[in-house]
Design a protein around this ligand. Sequence first.
Ligand SMILES: [Ca+2]
Ligand SMILES: [Ca+2]
Length: 123
Amino acid sequence: MYLINIKAAHSSLGTDNTRQIEITTASLSNRAPSADAGADLAASEGATVNLDGFSSSDPDGDEITYVWTISPSVALKNADTPAPSFAAPSVTSDTTYTLTLAVSDGTDAATDTVAVTVQDASR
Ligand SMILES: [Ca+2]
Ligand SMILES: [Ca+2]
């Protein structure tokens, strides 16, 4: 963030003639965040799968938002946080779920995916 002081030179403006203008780096040259959805995982059916997007970051230090989606569709808890979770569904054969993490710093966005293989327990 830049702070710029502007002082008017005209004498009729009196003493309160300084104004401060705040310019955030986002309005100058924002750098996009990087998304990191964590390492691929394997889980047993019925187990709770915990995801880890904490390695996502923004080179400017901007606060980033998280949106996770999963395919095939399964209920995701805390999908708008760095650490969502879901219950590995019952499967009839080993099934890979693909999770996509989209992060945004409000200006630019990035995505990453992670694969979670749910292993059939009935083999
Ligand atoms: Ca940024
Ligand atoms: Ca099964």
